[in-house]
Structure formats: structure tokens, C-alpha cells
Design a protein. Structure first.
Length: 530
């Protein structure tokens, strides 16, 4: 008996020593930009949403790699026969993060769903009044009018009632802005009179817990030890190394200073493709880079002026110079890779002579405009400064003088929303459900064009209410034709998404929308201790 106990004790000591000796695994992601907020309800920025993704779970998610809808915090759901009432059975035993700034006293339940949706939809919600937040998605999707009630049926059961059928509704529940927040944390912040803390010290149920943030430098996360799916939280630490410059991102990847990086410099691809330590994963992007015309600023409110400015841009030259083989000329406001894309639409030919004639016919002479250029690099626009310079030169050929303007990214977006620009380079990355991309041009949406066409809105609203996909495609095609005829945007490019992953990274998958997750990723060979 003593011998058995001795052996057991020795075995325990060996296993404990091995555990203590195991190196901490750190997954390093070279991020394209610095997040402006860690509250997913308060942003439509892909940079912000990727930074909040490790922290928050939604009711539903998409299956890694396929994009198929699967349960997350909702264990199951059912839909009423009329398609307007959704009942969700919530997962039990889900733990919120326990951090130095918040210690939860209960698991996730229906109260957290009501808190999350209350902030999004109800202007009289206590937290909304303490910290006014207007989600761009709620506006573009029309959720304030669509969702008539979010009802608590029990601790682990909620119902959401819609005013009308919306075929996009379940897909939208996978979006970052619907990440489930803690009602208990919200109450604590209200009591402490610190509601703005939700923007910088997030609390969720996700596979990683927020640890720290140094703006323009690094975001640090640690594994959530009580995550309800422990098998997918496979690394101990996750680090976002913020690397705005695309060339520096490539160099950091080559120096083994990051494990995953989104590439936006086509010139880097040949060298990286030859590197035996790196794998390149690439696919067409569900994105659109465009030039927004501010219709509040005459003469941009006149169609012939927008048409002239559009056809004066040599878009083929933009693609060749800025994207190389990693982009294509946009023919519509919806990405060409989307099932809703109207393939009958053709790109407007480059025609400076006709552009000059249109401007002359409109009585516009010596037009002076501001041309705003994004300060950040995105897959839909890898180099907005160079693109602005090329457009400036093209417009000069037809007698239009453009002054290039740029600001820090947060300030850039804020000033666009205020309508200070004449024209502005922007873009959008969508998902397989086209409602969000099409909704960016809906009346009241933050599209930087301030365009409103009731016929367009009617087409996309009808598309949302139609369950038959071929019919939906026809309605989205109608909306695209309206937008292309009216030109609130000049569609410029779709960027091909390429992600570089080091060979020892296992489990990385690129979704059909170009998105990816950090849970489920591990190392096939243990990396050096970091």
C-alpha cells in the first residue's frame, strides 16, 4: 500500500513539474490598425470588430471555414410559422470574464440578452441614456423599426418579435455588434457613474479575456479559463501587434515577429510565396472600395456632375498600380463575389472627353473639390493616398481641381459623418448576407453620401422580407441598378484577401466572407517561449 501511494505521489510530482515547465503559448497577430473602441455595439469598423471578436460571443455564429449558421450562446432556436417570432434557448453554465475591474456573481442568462438589445434599440434604456450609443448597423438594417419586442420567457429563454419577415435576421445575429454584454457589469458601471468604461475595459464570455491596450502599439488578451468550449481556446495568450504600415507588417512576418498577418501590399506576395516558413491563403473578397460623393454639397447633388467625375477616373490604371493582381474593377455597389451581385452591370468606361462634355452641359466650370483619402490601409484600398493622387491627376485633365485631405482614422470618420467632405475614399467589407452592404446606402445610413432614394430602400426592404433566394437576388439586383444609375458612390475596386500564416500555425481558416477567428488555432510545433 505504501509503495502504491509512493508511486502515485511521484507521478503527481512529475505531472505537476511538467505542467509548470510547459511554455506559455502566445499567438501573435500583426493588426492593420489600432481599435478605437472595445464596445462592438459602438462601431462599424472592421479593425474594432476584430479586436472585440476574441472577447464576445453572440447568440449565433458561423461555422469556421464554411459560413454556415450554428449555435453559440443560443443552444437552439425556433421560428414561428409566420416567420416573425424567434425563440432562443440559451446555453447554461456560460461564465463571464472575471477581471480586476469586474467579478461576476452569476452565469450568462436572459437578462444579458435584454441588456444587449436594450442598449441597441431603446433610446430610453438607462445605459443608453447614460452613454448614448447609435450602432451604425441598427440604422442601416432598420432594426429599431424591425424589432418590436425582446422578451424574457425564463432564465434561459428569450423571444424576439419582428414587425415583418426579415430573411437576413439570423445572419445579422452573428455580427460583432450583437456580441452579448453583461447586464451585471452594465449595472456596476451605472452605479459607479463610469458608463464609458465599457468602451475600454470590455467584459464578455468569449474564449479570450481582455488584458491591456497600448494605443497604436499592442492589445493583449489571455485565455478565458472557464470558457464553455475549452477545446477551442488553445493558446494561453493572444497579442495584437498593431502594425499600420503594410511594408512593416511583411517584415515583421519574415522576422518571425507575428504568426498571422493580413497582407495589403501585392508586391510582397512573390517573396512570401517562396518562403518555406510561410503559407499564403487567398480568396476573392466580399468588399467594395468606393469614392463617396457628398450630395449635400452642390454641384455634387447633380447627377451629370457625379457621372462626369466617375467616368474621368481611370479605374483600370488604379487597379494595376495599387492592387496589381490582388484587385478588380468594381462594377456595382455589391461585391462581385456576393451571390446577390448583378452580373449584367458593366463598368463605366474611362472617358475624359465625355466627362468634359457633361461638365460643360451642366454649366460647371473650374470645379474645385476636396478629395479625402483614408489614412489606413485596407484590403479594398491598400494605398488611399496614392489612389487620391491618381484621381486628382485624372480630374485635372477634365478641369476639376481636387485638394487632398486626410486625418487620423477616428477623426476622419467623425468628420465624414458631419459631412465636411466633398468626396471621400471609403470602403466596406461585408459577409455572405448582402443586407448589410446594401444597407449602407439606405436612407439615414452612414454612407458619407447623404443619399436617400425611397425606391432603393423599398427594394432592399422587400429583399429582406423575401425568403426565396432567387427572388431576393432579383430585388438586390434592382437596388444595385438604382444605385449605379444615381451614383451616390463611384465604385472603384474589390480587393482580393490574402492572409499570411506561419507554417507552424494549425487550425487557421479563412471564412467565405474573408473573416477569421483566433479560437481554434494552435501550433503544430511548440513555438519558442515568448
Amino acid at each position: 500500500m505504501i509503495r502504491i501511494k509512493t508511486i502515485w505521489a511521484l507521478a503527481l510530482l512529475v505531472s505537476t513539474a511538467a505542467a509548470l515547465a510547459a511554455p506559455t503559448t502566445t499567438l501573435r497577430y500583426c493588426a492593420q490598425g489600432s481599435p478605437q473602441t472595445f464596445d462592438p455595439a459602438n462601431s462599424d469598423s472592421g479593425i474594432d470588430h476584430l479586436a472585440t471578436q476574441p472577447v464576445f460571443d453572440g447568440l449565433l455564429t458561423t461555422e469556421r471555414g464554411s459560413g454556415r449558421l450554428v449555435p453559440e450562446l443560443a443552444q437552439s432556436w425556433s421560428v414561428s410559422p409566420d416567420g416573425r417570432r424567434y425563440v432562443f434557448q440559451l446555453r447554461r453554465g456560460v461564465k463571464f470574464h472575471s477581471t480586476p475591474w469586474f467579478k461576476p456573481t452569476r452565469d450568462f442568462n436572459a437578462d444579458d440578452v435584454l441588456f444587449t438589445f436594450g442598449r441597441l434599440l431603446n433610446p430610453k434604456h438607462p445605459f443608453q441614456q447614460a452613454l448614448p450609443t447609435l450602432s451604425p448597423y441598427v440604422t442601416s438594417l432598420g432594426w429599431a423599426q424591425l424589432i418590436t419586442q425582446v422578451e424574457r420567457l425564463g432564465d434561459h429563454e428569450v423571444a424576439i418579435q419582428l414587425k415583418q419577415v426579415d430573411a437576413s435576421f439570423l445572419s445579422m445575429l452573428t455580427y460583432a455588434f450583437t456580441g452579448m454584454q453583461s447586464a451585471e457589469y452594465g449595472a456596476q458601471l451605472l452605479q459607479q457613474r463610469k458608463p464609458a468604461q465599457i468602451n475600454r475595459l470590455p467584459i464578455g464570455t468569449g474564449p479570450f479575456m481582455f488584458k491591456s491596450f497600448q494605443p497604436d502599439s499592442v492589445v493583449r488578451y489571455v485565455r478565458h479559463p472557464a470558457y464553455f468550449r475549452p477545446e477551442v481556446a488553445r493558446v494561453d495568450q493572444l497579442v495584437f501587434a498593431i502594425t499600420v504600415d503594410r511594408n512593416v507588417r511583411t517584415q515583421r512576418l519574415l522576422r518571425d515577429e507575428c504568426d498571422i498577418a493580413v497582407l495589403s501590399n501585392p508586391a510582397d506576395l512573390p517573396e512570401l510565396a517562396k518562403n518555406p516558413a510561410i503559407t499564403l491563403i487567398s480568396q476573392p473578397g466580399l468588399n467594395i472600395g468606393f469614392l463617396a460623393f457628398n450630395l449635400k454639397k452642390p454641384p455634387l447633388d447633380r447627377l451629370e456632375v457625379r457621372q462626369a467625375l466617375d467616368m474621368a477616373i481611370d479605374k483600370a490604371a488604379l487597379i494595376k498600380t495599387i492592387f496589381g493582381s490582388s484587385g478588380e474593377v468594381a462594377r456595382s455597389t455589391v461585391p462581385a463575389a456576393s451571390w446577390a451581385f448583378d452580373a449584367s452591370l458593366k463598368a463605366v468606361p474611362y472617358n475624359p472627353e465625355q466627362a468634359r462634355a457633361l461638365l460643360k452641359r451642366a454649366g460647371v466650370d473650374k470645379l474645385q473639390l476636396t478629395l479625402w483619402a483614408m489614412p489606413v490601409q485596407r484590403v479594398y484600398n491598400p494605398n488611399a493616398q496614392l489612389m487620391a493622387q491618381m484621381i486628382q491627376a485624372d480630374w485635372a485633365k477634365v478641369g476639376v481641381s481636387a485638394r487632398i485631405v486626410s486625418y487620423e482614422w477616428g477623426e476622419y470618420l467623425k468628420r465624414l459623418d458631419a459631412g465636411e467632405h466633398d468626396t471621400a475614399l471609403l470602403g466596406w467589407s461585408g459577409d455572405p448576407e448582402p443586407a448589410d452592404t446594401a444597407g449602407q446606402l439606405a436612407c439615414g445610413a452612414s454612407s458619407a453620401s447623404f443619399w436617400c432614394d425611397p425606391t432603393y430602400d423599398a427594394a432592399i426592404n422587400q429583399a429582406r422580407q423575401t425568403l426565396d433566394q432567387p427572388q431576393r437576388q432579383q430585388l438586390y439586383a434592382k437596388a444595385q441598378r438604382i444605385a449605379m444609375a444615381q451614383l451616390p458612390w463611384s465604385p472603384l475596386a474589390h480587393g482580393r484577401l490574402t492572409v499570411a500564416v506561419r507554417k507552424n500555425v494549425a487550425g487557421f481558416e479563412l471564412g467565405p466572407d474573408g473573416g477569421f477567428r483566433f479560437d481554434g488555432i494552435s501550433f503544430s510545433e511548440p513555438p519558442p517561449s515568448r
